[in-house]
Structures are given as C-alpha cells and as structure tokens.
Design a protein around this ligand. Structure first.
Ligand code: ADP
Length: 408
C-alpha cells in the first residue's frame, strides 16, 4: 500500500489525478469511524486508524497481503460482489472476529470499483444508529471534492505568486542592463588606451574587472532569457539558415575568452550540413550556454571541442515496430543535425545527469552561475522539437543536442 493513488475524475475534470498516498492516508485517518477501502478482489488499499484499532483489539493485525474477504470477513467474495452489484450497492454483513460477532456495512463504488467497508461498533449494531449520522460514501466523495478544490486554489495562488516574482526579478535585471553596458564600454575604452597609456598592473586589473563585468552581463541576460521563456514569450523565428555560419560566428565570439583562460577551442563542422529552417539566435544561444559551461569547468591547458554533423534520427514512437524492423526502412538521408560540446573538465556524476537541466539546479557551487544555462538550452532545443542530453563518465563531459531539419 505504498506510492500514489489514482483518483477518478470529477465531473468537470477530464483526467485521472495522482494524489500522494500519504496525503490520502492522512485524510482518511481523520475520519473517526473504522473504515477500510479495498479493491474488488479484497486487496486492501486503505485502512484507517479506527479500523486498525478495531482489528487489533480482536487479536488480529493488518499485515501486507491480508485479504478483506478471506482473512477478515470470512466471506465468499463472489456472493458478496453479486449482492453488491445489484440494488443499492450496499449490504450489511455479519461475521466473527476473535470469537466476537461483528457487523460491517459494505458499499461498492462502481467508478473506481472500490469497496468501502465501515465497521459498526457494538452499540451501533444493537441500537441501530441513525443512518443519517453515518459517514456515507457520498460524504467521503464530498470531502474529496473539497480537498481537490482547496488544493487547486492553493496551486493557482502559488503559480500567481511565482509569476509576480519572475516579473519583478526580470524588471530588476532589465534595469541592470544599461549601467552594465556603460561600464563595459568604459573598460573597452580604457583598455584600448584611448584615455592614456596604462601600466601593466593597471591593464591586468582592468582586464580582470572587465571579465567580471562580462560575467555579470551574461548572468543578467541569462535571467532575462529565462523570464522571457517563463512568461511564454518563446516564439521561434524559423528561417532557412546555415548552422555552420551560426556556430562559426559563435566560436569566433568565444575565442578570446578561451585564450584568456588558456583553454583550446577546437571547432569543426561537417561541410555536408545543408541549410535548413531553424531560429538562428536561439540555437546560437543554446550552444553558447554549453560553451560557457565547458569553458567554466575546464581547467587551463584543457580542450573544448564544438562539433556539428548530419545525423539519422530515428525517433522512438511506441506505435512503430521494434528497432530491428525500423532499421530495414532506414531513412534515405539524415533528418537532423547533431551538435556537441565536449570538455576535459571534471565531469558530472551520473545521478545529476537529469536534474542539471532543471531550473535553478546547480551542482558545482565553486563556479559562478544561476543554474539556468542548461534549463534555457533545453527549452530552446525542445521548442525546435529537438532533444538535449549529457554523457559523462570519469572525466570530461559531452553535451549533445539534436535538431530536426524538417522544422515546419
Ligand atoms: P550554471 O552553470 O549557471 O550553474 P547550468 O544550468 O548551466 O547552470 O548548469 C547546471 C549545473 O550543471 C552546474 O551548476 C554544474 O554543476 C553542472 N555543469 C554544467 N555543465 C558542466 C560541465 N561542462 N562540466 C561540469 N559540470 C557542468
């Protein structure tokens, strides 16, 4: 009885919702009446504290694998089910537990095909309690509906607060853009010697300050990109473009930063990549985020390679025949391009390979960053119906993305 429980849809909600079982169990335990929920074959789904106490007070224990009909009610499953499926979907059943005569009210919920068993206390069976005061299945359903609505309201509220936070941070980041551009402009001016000769010491300090300023510019623009994506502003500008030009331009832009850190940037692109429709800026941005990370994590003297080559991408679709079958109908020509960035850095442990693509996830706290670079790259590539992943064993990482060439 672990994991999650599938709750059938309410009238206005189309899909089945999965609610954590612990949550349902907690809710169920707030009901005083001894209640058990079981599947039609007698498998126990939920047993509340009242029912557990009842069973224990008669010398039994609720153990895994216990069957409602066979072990507790000592009843013929088929007979009870037949009885329940006709008429009012409920029946009273008398049985003996620990030598004591007891009564249960069994109700069948046809929707989920569950049985709700209410154990009646002695006084109730003797005096015949007012059925109006009994907790009926109807009441249980109502309680569930209220919980649903409360959860939904809380979720919507959280979403709105989260949206406001993103908008606020985005406008703060936007305000930083102009002063940063001015500062960077002055660094360039000073370093070019336009405002007088610089000593070696002054030059070193200015270069370091300019590096920091550029890092800040990257962080701000990373955040602005993220908030634009978050607010649903991701619109692709699909045009017939040359991916080699796009990546070549990018690597030229990064050459200086690589030289400054003494890391070799080795870029080569397969000349057979045809032009195809993609969003030039967004693909460049995704590749830039990977290069940025590769440079950040590769120590001086290391190498980063940027590659692009045509690729046969056989998408796995459940309806298609198994791999061997599909191979016989091999694609006539490559339908995608594979772009990869490989570095000689420390690598990434396998347990982080998935989570590093999530928002604000950072594993290495010794480098600067907000944990957004890969999350943004993933969104940009997925918007092109592509995919992105990482491979990394003992040392070095290889980030790869696939871009389909048949963009609509
Ligand atoms: P940021 O770099 O801003 O922290 P990213 O989303 O780009 O955020 O990366 C998330 C995490 O993935 C980083 O904190 C880092 O730990 C890890 N990572 C990304 N790229 C590399 C790489 N090339 N080598 C080692 N670790 C990496």
């Amino acid at each position: 009885m672990a994991g999650r429980i599938a709750v059938p849809p309410m009238a206005e909600e189309g899909s089945r919702a999965l609610i954590p079982l612990d949550f349902v169990r907690g809710l169920f335990n707030t009901i005083e009446k001894p209640l058990i929920v079981a599947e039609r074959n007698g498998n126990l789904l939920l047993v509340n504290t009242g029912a557990e106490q009842f069973v224990e007070s008669h010398g039994y224990a609720i153990t895994p694998g216990l069957n409602l009909f066979k072990d507790l009610l000592k009843a013929d499953t088929r007979k009870i089910l037949e009885e329940l499926e006709k008429g009012e979907h409920r029946l009273e059943h008398h049985f003996q537990i620990g030598g004591v005569k007891s009564t249960v009210l069994v109700q069948w919920m046809p929707g989920p095909d569950w049985l709700v068993v209410e154990i009646k206390s002695k006084s109730e069976t003797q005096t015949g309690a007012d059925p109006g005061t009994q907790l009926t299945v109807q009441e249980l359903l109502q309680e569930r509906e209220i919980t649903y609505r409360n959860l939904l309201a809380a979720y919507l509220k959280l979403q709105e607060v989260n949206r406001q936070k993103t908008v606020f941070l985005a406008s703060a980041a936007h305000e930083l853009k102009t002063p940063l551009a001015v500062i960077k402009g002055y660094y360039d001016l000073l370093l070019a010697g336009s405002l007088g000769r610089l000593t070696d010491k002054q030059r070193d300090i200015l270069e370091e300050s300019k590096d920091s300023c550029e890092r800040l510019v990257r962080l701000v623009s990373m955040f602005l990109n993220y908030s634009a994506l978050e607010s649903g502003k991701l619109v692709l500008q699909l045009r017939e473009n040359d991916l080699r030009d796009c990546l070549d331009e990018l690597s030229k832009r990064w050459v200086e930063a690589f030289q400054r850190k003494s890391v070799k940037l080795d870029a080569s692109f397969d000349p057979s990549i045809p032009t195809f429709r993609f969003d030039y800026q967004k693909v460049q941005q995704a590749a830039a985020n990977l290069l940025d990370n590769a440079l950040k994590h590769t120590p001086s003297g290391g190498t980063v390679t940027l590659r692009a080559a045509p690729h046969f991408w056989e998408r796995r679709v459940a309806a298609l025949a198994p791999v061997e079958e599909r191979r016989r109908f091999r694609l006539p020509r490559p339908n995608s391009v594979e772009v990869s960035v490989t570095d000689s850095g420390p690598g990434i442990a396998a347990e982080h390979h998935q989570e590093i693509f999530e928002d604000f996830v950072r594993v290495d706290r010794n480098t600067s960053g907000m944990g957004l670079g890969l999350a943004i790259a993933k969104r940009l590539i997925q918007a092109h119906r592509g995919k992105i992943w990482v491979e990394s064993e003992s040392r070095g990482s290889r980030f790869t993305f696939l871009l389909p060439m048949d963009q609509g």
